[in-house]
Design a protein around this ligand. Structure first.
Ligand code: SF4
Length: 428
């Protein structure tokens, strides 16, 4: 997933029960649910054309009507799902391809509800090519959290991140990055690690340091949506991914950890602060697998839940991942949608299998449903390349580091062995 917001937190207590223990979700038994992330697509359009992008309809320039936005927000407030502050992420196309004037009106509509100032945390995931000083003024004024997509030095970035004419976007992205810095707008970056970057952790590390980038999330190129193959190959290139992550961690450690890397920070937190992401029953809370934990709405009011990457994707197995339309209905109409119930049942079945078979379940909660679907063909499945590279490997690297620092080898080795037993007895 390519979001600025960390989606890794996610799993409900009910998942550990037998299938028959789980009551069918209805509006009446939904009081345990809470919204954590609302993704709104102001337009499907993107001004560039990265070759690994999962979004369909990226040439569609239509834009959300204000009446649609007003209705979406009314339905969200009325749903009872807002129980604590949630992230509102403008995404799913290039959000800055829609003019500032549109957002001025959109924010005014959202802020009409007095709860907005306490509950809505705005964020945006952008390719940075359209950033200007005026945009920075707007982002600062509304305290919008910014995620910038940049893949590293020019030769690496330009390999996949191109315009429709096939030209690299590095110069424009870096101009955007400098604009953010000049205007003192805080930002983090998302970097897709693909075949051209996987063997170059040093170059990427140096690039971040030289450009004042301190907050990073890695997306190891995924098979998802419109991106039907990964340049890392069907097998996921696990050894290369592990070497990349390990080397990056070592460089960061040698410099005193100046960079905050999402995957390592999550691993560290899971180890040092057990329960930091637990639900009231003490089980790891997986927002991405929880119905309505994430709600994703396109510019026409169609919505999905679970992984944002599912929005608007057609499938043979489940039909459409659009579970309803907020103009004509409510969020809870999804509970009478056959596809929604089928997806939910399969996600929960997959997570129970994860709970039964994987040592990482208590720190993962079953990870990303969309990756399970696109890699394994069903939500009712377990391990994916995505969970290996973003959950298991970072955890393993951090544990190994703690082991050597604290000389805890005897205590930690069994966990590592269970996670990745190697034929010759070494862990991966
Ligand atoms: S198999 Fe993957 S998704 Fe399932 S619990 Fe383990 S790490 Fe998480």
């Amino acid at each position: 997933m390519t979001l600025a917001i960390d989606p890794i937190s996610t799993s409900s207590a009910s998942l550990r029960g037998a299938p028959s223990d789980i009551p069918k979700l209805t509006p009446q038994n939904s009081d345990r649910l809470a919204l954590g992330l609302l993704v709104i697509q102001p337009s499907p359009f993107c001004n560039i054309n990265c070759d690994y992008c999962y979004l369909p309809n990226r040439t569609d320039t239509r834009r959300m009507d204000f009446e649609v936005l007003e209705t979406i927000m009314d339905k969200v407030w009325d749903s009872g799902l807002v129980q604590s502050p949630f992230s509102l992420l403008w995404h799913a196309g290039e959000p800055l391809a829609v003019p500032i004037s549109w957002y001025e009106k959109a924010f005014e509509i959202i802020n009409r509800n007095p709860q907005a100032k306490d509950y809505v945390i705005h964020s945006v995931q952008t390719n940075g090519t359209l950033l200007t000083d005026k945009w920075c003024d707007f982002l600062k004024e509304h305290e919008v959290e910014v995620g910038l997509s940049v893949d590293g030095p020019q030769a690496i970035h330009d390999h996949h991140r191109k315009t429709r004419k096939g030209e690299g976007t590095f110069d424009k992205t870096m101009r955007g990055l400098e604009t953010l810095k000049r205007n003192e707008v805080p930002f983090g970056v998302i970097t897709v690690i693909s075949d051209v970057s996987i063997d170059h952790p040093d170059e990427i590390y140096d690039f971040y340091r030289e450009n004042g980038i301190t907050g990073i999330g890695f997306n190891i190129e995924e098979v998802e949506g419109a991106n039907e193959t990964s340049s890392l190959g069907k097998e996921g290139g696990h050894e290369r991914v592990y070497s990349f992550l390990k080397r990056f961690y070592e460089r960061n450690k040698a410099d005193g950890f100046p960079l905050n890397v999402r995957e390592f920070q999550n691993a560290e937190r899971n180890i040092l602060e057990p329960g930091w992401c637990s639900d009231p029953s003490g089980n790891y809370y997986n927002q991405e697998a929880d119905p309505f934990g994430m709600v994703n709405v396109d510019c026409f009011g169609n919505f999905s839940s679970f992984s944002p990457e599912l929005l608007g994707q057609p499938t043979e197995k489940y039909g459409s991942f659009n579970f309803g339309n907020l103009i004509s209905g409510s969020l809870f109409d999804a509970t009478v949608n056959e596809a929604f119930q089928k997806v939910l049942t399969d996600i929960e079945a997959g997570n129970r299998k994860c709970a039964e078979t994987c040592e990482f379940y208590d720190y993962c909660g079953g990870a990303s449903p969309s990756n399970k679907y696109y890699e394994n063909g069903s939500f009712d499945s377990t391990e994916t390349h995505q969970c290996i590279s973003t959950v298991q490997m970072p955890m393993q690297i951090v544990l190994e580091d703690m082991e050597s620092d604290l000389e805890l080898h005897d205590r930690i080795s069994p966990i590592l062995e269970q996670a990745h037993p190697a034929e010759d007895g070494r862990s991966l």
